[in-house]
Each structure stands twice: as structure tokens, then as C-alpha cells.
Design a protein around this ligand. Structure first.
Ligand code: ADP
Ligand code: MG
Length: 260
């Protein structure tokens, strides 16, 4: 699709730039990585920054849908670089979903092709003056996270956990990978932490007592947010309106990213 390869350095000379790259990781699927990626992008956008999302979950892309983006992928007029789609609040998004003829088509690619797509989304995409780029990762410590850490200048990672997980072990794995890859950990975000009582607003724990604070202390990593289970969050992801979700619980996380 892209006839001429260009290194990111050359693109920088043309005005492409990304100031900070933040990876969003977790031990397993379904804990809310994509949600945290989307909501964090929105938080930074609301603070006036130019924000991009690189959807590195090539075989399970979900970012475009949550932003209501249905555009196919475009290229620059000279055909050399991919052009991200832009959400209604101006967040720039690139995802394998935008390469599919039908959104429900599966991505059935082998490892090297998947890794190639991630590299292309970084190296051969017209990212212009991005202050914060969030990289939504597939779960675990497999091929794609490795490619991301080796091919992108990741400035820090956010680790997403849920109370159901074996948090200590999963955080331990992420910490070790980050150390090996020489990437700083910004902090932990626990998703689906509690339900809110509709009458009194009191927090009700669903999956038992959260261990995230304990685990944070154990590894010396700050807990930046605990996200409640809210029906409107699930609804917004399905309806493509994630930009309009009130996410006051991410203030501290946004401040931590700002300080990177
Ligand atoms: P992951 O990217 O880690 O696989 P997702 O972000 O796609 O996980 O979340 C999995 C599903 O759970 C999505 O359908 C999402 O709408 C829902 N979900 C995630 N977090 C919440 C929450 N805090 N409240 C309600 N629904 C949530
Ligand atoms: Mg996901």
C-alpha cells in the first residue's frame, strides 16, 4: 500500500513529530486496555494537547469503533505515508480495522505481517505535531509488545489490571518486561474496581477486596486510578461515543502523563 519507505527521521524533517509515546499494557484481554487508551487520549485532548492513538492490537482492533470512526485508511497525496483518521474532538487514530473491507472481517495474519503493520503504523504514518501518542497493545508479553518496545521510542507504560486478575503476578511480569526493555512504568490503573450505589453513590466491590494498592507498594509503582463499572462506559464503546464519557477518575493519571 505504501510504495516508498521512509525513515521516521526523514519524516521529522518534513514536520512529522511525536513528543511522547505511552504504551497501555495488561496481562490478559478484556480488562479494559482499549477503554483506558481511549479515555486517557480524551483526557489529554481535553487538556488541549494534540493526541494520537496507535492501535497495536492488530488482530483485535477496537479503537475506531469506540470513537465512531468508520473511515478507511488514507495515504498522503504522494502515496508515501498513511494518514490517520480524526475523531470528532480531533484525536488521530490508526488501526488495522481501517484496512478491512468490512469492520467484521477477521485479521488472519501471521506474526511477521502483524509486526510489520505495527512498524508501518509508526514509521510510515503522517503523525504531525503529536504531543501524546497512546499505543493500545494486545494483552501479555508476546510478539507485538516486543515489536512495540523495540521499534517505538516508548516513554512510559500504563499497566491496566482488574480485581479479578492475579494482579501481583501480572504486574510482576509487566514490570520485568519494562525493565528488560528499559521503559519506565508510569503507574497502575485498576479497571472495573467497583460499582456505585445508584442511591447513595457508595462504592460496592464486586470482585472482592482490591489488591492493587498492595501490589503497587510491593513493586513501588503508583496507583493512578480506580475505574468504576458503569453501564454508560460499556454503552459508549458500543455506540462510538467514548469521547463523551465523563472520566473524572483519570485526573491523576492524566497529570502523571503530563509530567512525563
Ligand atoms: P481490552 O482492550 O483489555 O481487551 P476493553 O477495553 O475492550 O478490554 O474492554 C472489554 C469490554 O469491557 C468492552 O466491551 C468495554 O466496553 C467493557 N468495559 C471495560 N471497562 C468497563 C467499565 N469500567 N465499565 C463498563 N464496561 C467496561
Ligand atoms: Mg483491546
Amino acid at each position: 500500500r505504501v510504495p516508498d519507505k521512509k525513515s521516521f527521521e526523514e519524516k521529522l524533517a518534513e514536520g512529522c513529530s511525536v513528543k511522547k509515546v505511552i504504551g497501555v499494557v495488561s496481562g490478559k484481554g478484556g480488562v479494559g486496555k482499549s477503554l483506558v487508551t481511549s479515555l486517557m487520549a480524551c483526557q489529554m485532548r481535553a487538556r488541549g494537547y494534540k493526541v494520537g492513538i496507535l492501535d497495536a492490537d492488530i488482530t483485535g482492533p477496537s479503537i475506531p469503533k469506540s470513537f465512531g470512526i468508520h473511515d478507511p485508511l488514507c495515504v498522503t497525496p504522494d502515496g508515501k505515508l498513511l494518514v490517520p483518521a480524526v475523531s470528532s474532538t480531533g484525536i488521530e487514530v490508526i488501526s488495522s480495522n481501517m484496512l478491512l473491507e468490512h469492520e467484521s472481517d477477521p485479521v488472519i495474519w501471521r506474526g511477521p505481517v502483524i509486526a510489520g503493520a505495527v512498524k508501518q503504523f509508526w514509521n510510515e504514518t503522517y503523525w504531525k505535531d503529536i504531543d501524546y501518542m497512546f499505543v493500545d497493545m494486545p494483552p501479555g508479553t508476546g510478539d507485538v509488545p516486543l515489536t512495540v518496545f523495540q521499534s517505538l521510542p516508548v516513554d512510559g507504560i500504563l499497566i491496566v489490571t482488574s480485581p479479578q486478575e492475579l494482579v501481583s503476578m501480572i504486574v510482576g511480569k509487566a514490570v520485568n518486561m519494562a525493565k528488560k526493555m528499559d521503559v519506565p512504568i508510569i503507574g497502575l490503573i485498576e479497571n472495573m474496581s467497583y460499582l456505585e450505589c445508584p442511591d447513595c453513590g457508595k462504592k460496592i466491590s464486586v470482585f472482592g477486596e482490591s489488591k492493587v494498592e498492595e501490589v503497587g507498594k510491593e513493586y513501588g509503582i503508583p496507583v493512578l486510578a480506580q475505574i468504576p463499572i458503569r453501564p454508560e462506559i460499556a454503552g459508549s464503546v458500543d455506540e462510538g461515543t467514548v469521547e463523551y464519557v465523563k472520566a473524572e477518575f483519570l485526573e491523576k493519571a492524566a497529570e502523571a502523563v503530563e509530567k512525563l
